[in-house]
Ligand binder design. Structure first.
Ligand SMILES: C[S@@+](CC[C@H](N)C(=O)[O-])C[C@H]1O[C@@H](n2cnc3c(N)ncnc32)[C@H](O)[C@@H]1O
Length: 216
């Protein structure tokens, strides 16, 4: 599948948007140099968008499902007040080691708490409310993450779910694999959920932006 947004258009938009901090830039460059699946990292434009969403809801507590080398966690941490906290979930030690190294170089790194282990187990143990919940891990669990995220969300909060266009493969019927099917199921569930207002924004690979309705 081709990029959903032309790379030169994405680069232009990024150049007009919130600048990347030096620590984030160094982290992104090292991730691309040393990690096999560097493309998983959200990048400067979507990262700037995540940062702005956290500022818009005046977030103090952020929950992230899927940290990788910590780029998006840093985007959130940079948006929080000094007492703010990002709880971020990861299973891969190699990624977490890179993240820890860069968090220690950032003035905002102390706001980030890494929870190693399967995110569903971590979520089961957590107590809300969280003002931003960003879901960006294994696609087969997206529906489970969404269900628990709704329970953990603050009334003024927002759930953001990444890769929900899946390179456009969500259009395919039947779905070519389990991951595509899982994302299609999530999209049906979110779109039909009367507890939330949701927009599937065509940012990068597709991003759900979900807020509770007034009665929830
Ligand atoms: C798309 S990457 C996250 C990218 C990151 N949010 C960023 O933009 O910098 C997904 C991450 O989720 C992690 N992951 C996969 N399954 C997981 C699980 N069950 N629990 C926690 N993390 C998981 C992977 O190891 C991987 O690092």
């Amino acid at each position: 599948m081709p990029d959903l947004v032309l790379p030169q258009v994405e680069a232009y938009a990024a150049a007009q948007s919130l600048p990347e901090t030096p620590v984030r830039r160094a982290l992104r460059e090292e991730t691309h140099r040393t990690m096999e699946f560097a493309r998983m990292l959200v990048g400067p434009l979507e990262g700037g968008f995540l940062h702005l969403m956290a500022r818009l809801v005046r977030a103090e507590r952020v929950l992230e499902i899927g940290m990788f080398t910590g780029y998006s966690a840093l985007c959130f941490a940079e948006a929080l007040p000094a007492h703010g906290r990002v709880v971020t979930c990861e299973v891969d030690e190699e990624s977490a080691a890179v993240a820890r190294r860069f968090f220690s170089q950032s003035p905002h790194g102390a706001k980030i708490e890494i929870r190693m282990g399967p995110a569903l187990e971590t979520m089961a143990d957590l107590t809300g409310p969280f003002d931003v919940i960003f879901i960006d891990a294994d696609k087969q669990n997206y529906v489970n993450y969404y269900r628990r995220a709704v329970e953990l969300l603050s009334p003024r909060g927002v759930i953001l779910i990444d890769n929900v266009l899946w390179d456009g493969q969500v259009l395919l019927d039947p779905p070519p694999d389990d991951r595509t099917a899982a994302i299609q199921e999530l999209n049906r569930i979110v779109a039909a959920d009367s507890r939330v207002n949701a927009v599937l924004a065509t940012i990068r690979d597709g991003l759900w932006i979900i807020t509770p309705t007034a009665s929830h």
